[in-house]
Design a binder for this molecule. Structure first.
Ligand SMILES: Nc1nc2c(c(=O)[nH]1)N[C@H]1C(S)=C(S)[C@@H](COP(=O)(O)OP(=O)(O)OC[C@H]3O[C@@H](n4cnc5c(=O)[nH]c(N)nc54)[C@H](O)[C@@H]3O)O[C@H]1N2
Ligand SMILES: Nc1nc2c(c(=O)[nH]1)N[C@H]1C(S)=C(S)[C@@H](COP(=O)(O)OP(=O)(O)OC[C@H]3O[C@@H](n4cnc5c(=O)[nH]c(N)nc54)[C@H](O)[C@@H]3O)O[C@H]1N2
Ligand code: SF4
Ligand SMILES: [Mo]
Length: 886
């Protein structure tokens, strides 16, 4: 019998909250994962995504060997070929003919070496990252206001605040553990919470006030606030005089709009505006937390500064419970910003604009090739790949074919690019289809290094399990290629600790507390040995030699600008570039759902996470549904100027009339046409270059088809064959013992059944079938094990239902098979609300009704729902409020 191993600490693979986990192998050899009670971020709590991480450690779709043109090769061949191809292109066309597109999911050490290679040794600043799509407006806003890209506050501020404003953030679903902390604080000291979001989201469940603003109008809202604070004497004049510049320009712009105009632009009535402005004005401990509803906009940077202006005007920056707080998305978006992974920064918060910074870095790296000006930002980089000027791109830990705007164009650009090198953990995603060289990287649990979370806390990610196949650490792959390009000496690291030490040294070089310091300073870690690094405890930067904790920045009102003062920025209101038109009358907003992560390469492997929301959907208001004559679960084609895609209708008042919402997660690997980025245009913020993902003009029309089918199998099926043989549309979802395919077709039920049986169930020996007037059901099994099932019925949107996958992969259980064949399978037509305990919406509704349950704790006691990670509690609250108990 195996013996339990001891607990090893690391950090979660997913979001920028940066929770600490601990893991060990249990007696069955399975990896157990728990929250780390000692990690300052989460103190033991985790969300459902983290709790199911061990289920993602599978060989399923794992890239196991390097490949050139999809043929397995040795590492030596792959690395030589990568180095040769890059070098040949550089020799023929110059360094700017190559580009690097990387990710906030890399570790700091990986990020440091790829940035060093590109900017310092290849001599191109064409290195950008998916943080361009995510954090670049916040970065630009911080630089304009504070002189450096720094988050002033910390998570404790959310608990210490009297008022918390969540703007453009669905914290409940996207940063669940931080949301739990906020919710608990609210219960303890009655924190007032304002949510600013065009949509009604799960985060609204704890809101005292929800401002459902007109998309893109945040600048008007916060300009209105600044004007209100000024006019009604709520500003901190002493702070403004002592610590800031440029208030006059900001005020002139802000006061150009009166309250009535603000109300018109934001769609918020004057009384609600007044309530919000009063709440802000009269509570000195106020935190404004913002995310993609702010950043991903053509006025993203101005939105950030309009918010910061209000905090500067009241002196509420870096004080206990008082800050403007940009929350990061990816686990190491912050680490990437530290090493300088964006095309617009050098490294270690050194700036292109300062010659002394340039000289410092040039000396530190001992190079004469250091780039002198910023490179191409993500969207421009892919435009330049499309026009043929960039001839080689190395993509690491990101899936641009699915996540960049106008994905049809991105796919074309990659398809005709002569050299597409992709380092990834999976063998297949939308981007890897275009790879000429594929390099298998170690993934979370195999890799080792550091990450920095939203509150500047550096934590170790540690190796927890052996590496699969021949995968290697990203830093190793990058440094091996660098060495083969002739930079042996500069990239001769033996482990990740050495790279971290170099990064630390760079942050400390010439960084004197008195002479225009960079706040990113890790000099306190200068003497870290490899062993110290292995045992590094989570800690927030700056980590100066003074040994003082710097939980908050700028508390003393001193900023890292030339004169030490922060800067107000005039932020004129500009309407979103995309306006709905007669051709495209609906405004499309996009974002995340609770249980999936980005393009699903990891969360898509976990059956329980697929149950909350099973298929790509479009949320639409009842009046629009009526106008377009569509009903719940119907499939519709959505078109924009850029492309088209297909979604299932969800009618809901969560969105306003003429606004629709689509989640970002489905790709061509998981659906035939559910990729939302096909619809998104390339409009972007002029300063940060961050795309406007939250406002695209679209049109919709019902999709006509005759037949629906749900095929459940123990093995994956060939998707191209599925598309070619039967399906007008399909979606693939992970279930416990295999996969479930939702198929829509123009074939008749009997024809579809014949084809599905012949193509995807043919090797199976035995089958049972039922045919009724409105459905055909079949189960096939081999040696008493159910291998596949299928349900087919004529399309009738009024009765769309899902079906249980329970029987698949199991020994034949006559009762269950019988139930399935008769359409009585238990899970049919109800989504799972509580993933941890697998409780469906229907079970909860039934329990509420039959037991006359009024409150969450009683419902949790009876059903166990909500007793796992707690991430579903807001949705259970909604059910409690909406279910009739009489
Ligand atoms: N479950 C889950 N969690 C995640 C991720 C994930 O994929 N899944 N991804 C992580 C990453 S990388 C990121 S960047 C974060 C993103 O975290 P969030 O930014 O919280 O998530 P989004 O859903 O993209 O967008 C937030 C909200 O902005 C609103 N919004 C749209 N337009 C506007 C506007 O004009 N003004 C305002 N004020 N709001 C608007 C949207 O309706 C949406 O509810 O989540 C991280 N956490
Ligand atoms: N419409 C719309 N589009 C959006 C957004 C939106 O709100 N709306 N949000 C944008 C934002 S904020 C973000 S952050 C992006 C995210 O978009 P992407 O970065 O494209 O999405 P991911 O699915 O996270 O892709 C990560 C890839 O890296 C691989 N990977 C994971 N870990 C490692 C590793 O350690 N090493 C290597 N080499 N590979 C690894 C995964 O298998 C996966 O293929 O999407 C953006 N796109
Ligand atoms: S909140 Fe974010 S970091 Fe924390 S457990 Fe959930 S996904 Fe992981
Ligand atoms: Mo992100």
């Amino acid at each position: 019998m195996n013996k339990k191993s001891s607990w090893e600490k690391s950090t979660c693979a997913y979001c920028g909250v940066g929770c600490g986990i601990k893991s060990r192998f249990n007696n069955d050899g399975q990896l157990e994962i728990k929250g780390d009670e000692q990690h300052p971020t989460n103190k033991g709590k985790l969300c459902a995504k983290a709790l199911t991480l061990s289920e993602t450690l599978t060989t399923n779709n794992r890239m196991l060997t390097p490949q050139i043109l999809n043929k397995p090769v040795s590492w030596n061949q792959a690395l030589n070929e990568t180095a040769n191809q890059l070098q040949n292109i550089i020799d023929s066309y110059g360094p700017d003919a190559v580009a690097f597109y990387v990710s906030g999911q890399l570790l700091t050490e990986d990020y440091y070496v790829i940035n060093k290679l590109a900017k310092g040794f290849v001599g191109t600043a064409n290195i950008d990252t998916n943080s361009r799509l995510c954090m670049s407006s916040a970065v630009a806003g911080h630089q304009r206001a504070f002189g450096e890209d720094c988050v002033a506050g910390c998570y404790d501020d959310l608990e210490a605040a009297e008022v918390v404003i969540l703007t453009g953030s669905n914290l409940a679903w996207c940063h669940p553990v931080l949301f739990q902390r906020l919710k608990q604080a609210q219960q303890q000291h009655n924190t007032k919470i304002v949510v600013i979001d065009p949509r009604h989201t799960a985060s609204c469940e704890i809101a005292d006030l929800h401002l459902s603003i007109t998309p893109g109008s945040d600048v008007a809202l916060f300009n209105g606030l600044l004007s209100y604070l000024h006019t009604n004497d709520y500003v901190d004049q002493h702070y403004i005089d002592a610590h800031t510049n440029n208030i006059t320009a900001a005020l002139t712009t802000a006061t150009a709009l009166d309250l009535q105009q603000v109300s018109q632009l934001t769609g918020i009535n004057e009384q609600q505006l007044h309530t919000f402005y009063q709440l802000f004005a009269t509570h000195s401990r106020t935190v404004t937390l913002y995310s993609q509803g702010v950043n991903q906009s053509v006025s993203g940077t101005d939105k950030v500064n309009a918010i910061i202006n209000c905090h500067l005007a009241t002196g509420r920056i870096g004080k206990v419970g008082a800050s403007a707080f940009s929350i990061t998305g990816q686990p190491n978006a912050m680490g990437g910003r530290e090493v300088g992974g964006l095309a617009t920064t050098l490294a270690a918060h050194l700036s292109f604009e300062r010659h002394d910074h340039w000289q410092l870095l040039s000396d530190f790296w001992q190079t004469d090739k250091l780039v002198t000006k910023p490179g191409l930002k993500a969207v421009d980089m892919f435009d330049t790949i499309a026009n043929g000027s960039i001839k080689a791109v190395w993509i690491i830990a990101t899936n641009p074919a699915a996540s960049l705007p106008n994905s049809n164009k991105i796919n074309q650009a990659l398809a005709q690019c002569p050299c597409v090198i992709v380092s990834d953990c999976v063998d297949n995603n939308d981007t890897l289809r275009h790879a000429t060289i594929k390099l298998p990287a170690q993934g979370w649990s195999e890799k080792s290094g550091t990450v920095t979370n939203s509150e500047r806390c550096i934590s170790r990610q540690r190796r927890l399990v052996p590496t699969q196949g021949e995968a290697k650490p990203d830093w190793w792959i990058i440094t091996q290629v660098a060495q083969r390009m002739g930079f042996e000496r500069q990239f001769n690291y033996i482990n990740e600790a050495q790279i971290f030490a170099e990064h630390v040294a760079l942050t400390a070089t010439n960084n004197h507390p008195t002479q225009s310091p960079r706040l990113l300073n890790l000099s306190g870690l200068r003497h870290l040995t490899a062993n110290d690094y292995d045992h590094l405890l989570p800690q927030q930067w700056p980590i100066n030699s003074d040994g003082i904790s710097h939980q908050r920045l700028f508390s003393d009102g001193i900023f890292p600008t030339q004169d030490g003062r922060a800067c107000f920025i005039a932020t004129p209101y500009r309407p979103a570039i995309t306006q709905a038109s007669a051709d495209y009358p609906l405004l499309l907003n996009t974002g995340r759902i609770r249980d999936q992560w980005h393009t699903m390469t990891r969360t898509g492997l976990v059956a329980s996470l697929a149950d909350h929301i099973q298929q790509p959907f479009i949320s639409i208001h009842p009046t629009d549904a009526n106008h377009y004559q569509v009903i719940n679960n119907q499939l519709v084609t959505v078109t924009s100027h850029y492309g088209e895609a297909i979604f299932r209708v969800r009618i809901t008042t969560d969105v306003k009339p003429q606004q629709v919402f689509i989640a970002i997660h489905w790709t061509q690997q998981t659906s035939s046409a559910g990729s939302v980025c096909a619809l998104i245009g390339e409009q972007r913020d002029p300063i940060s270059g961050q795309p406007q993902y939250k406002a695209a003009a679209v049109q919709l029309s019902p999709l006509t088809y005759t037949t629906d089918a749900i095929l459940t199998t123990t093995t994956t099926i060939a998707l191209t064959e599925l598309s070619a043989s039967t399906a007008l549309y399909w979606v693939c979802k992970k279930v416990a013992a295999g996969y479930q395919y939702f198929i829509s077709s123009n074939l008749s039920s009997s024809a579809l059944e014949k084809i599905l049986m012949a193509h995807f169930m043919h090797s199976m020996q035995h089958d049972l079938r039922t045919i009724t007037h409105n459905s055909r059901r079949a189960v096939v099994f081999n040696n008493n094990r159910c291998l596949a099932s299928v349900v087919i019925h004529p399309h009738n949107s009024h009765h769309y239902s899902t079906t249980s996958a329970n029987i698949i992969g199991n020994e034949v259980n006559d009762i269950e098979v019988h139930q399935f064949l008769n359409g009585e399978d238990k899970l049919a037509s109800s989504d799972i609300v509580c993933v941890c305990k697998q409780i469906t919406k229907q079970q909860l509704i039934d329990t509420i009704a039959s037991n006359k349950v009024q409150d969450l704790s009683t419902l949790s006691r009876i059903t166990t729902a909500g007793t796992g990670c707690g991430g579903c509690c807001t949705e259970i609250d909604i059910l409690l409020n909406t279910t009739n108990v009489n």
